[in-house]
Design a protein around this ligand. Structure first.
Ligand code: PLP
Length: 277
């Protein structure tokens, strides 16, 4: 299995980075996960735009164009199955461990490809619990520093749930690794973009499909109590697509089955993916 590291393609087992890399020592880096269906990268421009926002957010701009990135990813992709590219960029190797940015540092750029199975959990739905959002304040940056997300997801798993839905100041914001949607009074609602959430590409696609197919929707805050009264709850991400939550905090959501608006949106997403490949 070939991976990309700093301009070279090599077997995964041979891809090595110094222990002085700032990604290893500080979690000083950002990442992207880009799905590819039958070898075609999905919404690549949007993923690269978000990558550039993340890079600017950590003051590590890179000169690569979308075409440059595509050329890097292309040799990693197979053309006969669903995969995703994992891209990670750290501030690079510095000879001395020091919090301040080193001078003349060369970023470490790593990319690998993995198979994805977006259908997991989709048909029956999943259980989720709400947890206090203990992450930092810059959740719009796709930082590799994921301890907050990891601890929250593990807490959910330990309690027999597949996802943690995170609460800040009485409002739900997103999942530990997903964006959040709820159907309230027949209207699809998702929290607005802000530093409190990662601006998901799947989220953008869902809102575009809602607009194009006259599904009433709004970007608005969702209070925790309102979520407990939602008729449908979904979590959405590139690798798992749109997953219905059928039990929240031990209580059934709606009638305890994936809802009709989820079904409609999932059909629209599958048709949209097909139209691109
Ligand atoms: N929010 C968080 C915290 C995530 O980690 C992710 C992706 O894994 C998302 C949202 C969804 O983003 P996307 O649809 O671009 O995968």
């Amino acid at each position: 299995e070939q991976v990309y590291l700093n301009g070279v393609y090599l077997p995964l087992a041979d891809a090595k980075v110094s222990v002085l890399d700032r990604g290893f020592l500080f979690g000083d880096g950002v990442y992207e996960v880009i799905p590819a269906y039958n070898g075609r990268l999905f919404r690549l421009e949007d993923h690269i735009a978000r990558l550039n926002n993340s890079l600017n957010g950590i003051r590590l701009p890179l000169p690569h164009s979308v075409a440059d990135w595509e050329a890097i990813f292309r040799p990693l992709l197979a053309d006969d199955r669903d995969q995703c590219i994992y891209l990670q960029i750290t501030r690079g190797y510095a000879p001395k461990r020091d919090h301040g940015f080193p001078e003349h540092v060369v970023p470490t750029i790593f990319a690998m490809c993995a198979d994805i199975k977006p259908f997991a959990g989709r048909v029956d739905g999943i259980k989720a619990i709400t947890l206090d959002d203990t992450r930092w304040q810059l959740c719009n940056i796709k930082a590799i520093t994921l301890l907050g997300n990891i601890l929250l997801r593990q807490e959910a798993l330990d309690q027999g749930s597949a996802e943690a839905i995170l609460v800040r100041n009485g409002y739900v914001v997103e999942g530990a690794a997903s964006n959040l949607f709820a159907v309230l009074d027949g209207e699809l609602i998702t929290p607005p973009k802000s530093h409190e959430i990662l601006p998901g590409i799947t989220r953008d696609v869902i809102l575009e499909l809602a607009a194009a197919h006259n599904i009433p929707y709004q970007e608005d805050v969702i209070a925790l109590e309102a979520l407990h009264n939602a008729s449908e709850i979904w979590v959405a991400s590139s690798t798992r697509e749109i997953v219905p939550v059928v039990e929240l905090d031990g209580e059934q959501v709606g009638n305890g089955k994936p809802g009709p608006i989820w079904k409609q949106m999932d059909d629209l997403l599958q048709a949209y993916k097909k139209s691109l490949s």
